[in-house]
Ligand binder design. Structure first.
Ligand code: NDP
Length: 400
């Protein structure tokens, strides 16, 4: 039994909140606090009749650290679950330290004016969280999140040493729009239009955006084009998995998505440099976000499945071994259950699970921890229980 303060009320938060309310044995009380309070109130109205979890709502600008500190102190949660945007991470961590609360998020800090995400800013909080006896769990979504838990699980149960990890993120969902993003468009486009990179022999190898392409035959989906991207868990797994020689991350994109993106880039619409427009400064990418479909509206229209997982290669008892752990999730099943598509679902469920394990003390720091630093077993069991069952294969197709 515990109390969680959830910040943000967008696509991912909505799923996490549905899941907390299904899991009222763990979440006896939650507060939904976000920039637009009407969204929090609407969700409370929908869920309150269905759950024993007591739901409160509040308006908060998470960048206002004194106001957020005050809110955390007055609600006194066991954990603060940050499901706002990566720009808010450091401010929310500051408020948690000031108010004495544990912290969980799903994406690492990114400064608003440089499209670059790295753990260094949040890792700099290690000593402060340790001294305060508090735990900050970083990256409790699917990727990062479940991919780190899968890696810790593979290391614990299947390998003596893992040498290669390929993380494969396939979304074969079709929403029927010529172009839309499955989660926050600004964050999504910043991620996919950046240079790619992978971790090899202790250093980064940089690639041009979408330079490395492979075709992979995904279980339950079939062959899809996928492209190598930089992704944040490569940074922490490169340090936390001993013996690792190379980690890569691939994501699938359809031709139509890439053609639209190229065109938007060519005309300058994905830029984050402010421009003058009719006497006002606007950021082209933020304007683009305003005209694109809201990811939350894709739920009812998206059909098909996602498959996200990790292929591991390494050694067990002196022999070479390969192992593939993955989850397949169906967009329409997710929509039926919680009113969201699978990209929000596959992030919101692990966010609830991470918050639960920190809240009930199963996972304890203190300090600032990446998810693969904890015992993966309770998380793996919870994935099966709360809607993201995992599957394993000992003879997967490999990525060259
Ligand atoms: P949305 O844009 O749908 O939701 C963001 C929410 O945060 C909105 O409710 C927004 O309020 C609120 N918010 C934004 N700024 C503030 C602020 N200053 N103070 C308070 N609330 C604020 O995003 P998503 O739900 O798609 O994504 C949420 C997070 O999940 C992101 O950090 C994203 O990077 C991460 N993510 C992680 C994944 C993973 O696998 N690890 C995968 C997908 C996403 P308002 O309603 O007013 O706009």
């Amino acid at each position: 039994m515990g109390k969680a303060l959830i910040i943000g009320c967008g696509g991912v938060a909505s799923v996490a909140i549905h899941k907390c309310c299904q899991n009222s044995a763990a979440f006896s009380e939650i507060m939904i606090a976000s920039r637009t309070k009407s969204k929090c109130d609407a969700l409370k109205e929908k869920l309150a009749p269905t759950t024993a979890t007591k739901i409160h709502t509040a308006q908060i600008d998470a960048d206002d650290v004194p106001a957020l500190t005050q809110l955390i102190k007055s609600f006194a949660p066991d954990v603060v679950l940050n499901l706002a945007l990566p720009y808010q991470d450091l401010h929310i961590m500051d408020a948690c330290l000031a108010a004495g609360a544990n912290y969980v998020d799903t994406a690492n800090y990114e400064p608003e004016d440089t499209a670059k995400f790295e753990y260094k800013w949040q890792w700099a909080y290690r000593e402060r969280f340790e001294k305060a006896g508090l735990t900050a769990l970083l990256g409790s979504g699917f990727d990062p999140g479940v991919t780190g838990v899968f890696s810790a699980y593979a290391l614990k149960h299947q390998f003596d040493e893992i040498n290669y990890i390929d993380i494969l993120d396939c979304n074969a969902g079709d929403h029927g729009y010529p172009f839309a993003t499955n989660f926050n468009p600004e964050i999504n486009i910043r991620e996919v239009s950046a240079n790619g990179s992978y971790w090899e022999e202790g250093h980064w190898v940089e690639t041009k955006p979408m330079e490395i392409k492979r075709v992979y035959n995904f279980p339950e989906i079939g062959p899809k084009d996928m492209y190598l991207l930089h992704h944040e868990e490569l940074e922490s797994l490169g340090l936390n998995i001993p013996g690792i020689k190379r980690i890569r991350f691939f994501m699938t994109f359809g031709e139509s998505y890439l053609t639209h993106l190229r065109c938007l880039e060519d005309v300058g619409m994905t830029s984050i440099e402010p421009i003058d427009f009719e006497g006002k400064k606007i950021v082209p990418l933020q304007f683009l976000k305003a005209v694109l479909p809201d990811p939350a509206s894709l739920g009812p229209r998206t059909k098909g499945k996602t498959n996200i997982g990790c292929i591991f290669r390494g050694k067990k008892d002196g022999k070479d071994k390969t192992y593939y752990l993955y989850n397949v999730c169906d967009h329409q099943e997710c929509y039926k259950e919680v009113g969201s598509q699978a990209v929000s679902y596959t992030t919101g469920v692990p966010a609830m699970i991470g918050a639960m394990l920190i809240m009930n003390g199963t996972w304890k720091g203190p300090g600032v921890k990446n998810i693969e630093e904890f015992d993966p077993d309770p998380f793996m069991n919870a994935l099966n229980k709360w809607g993201l069952p995992w599957q394993e294969s000992f003879h997967p197709e490999l990525v060259d």
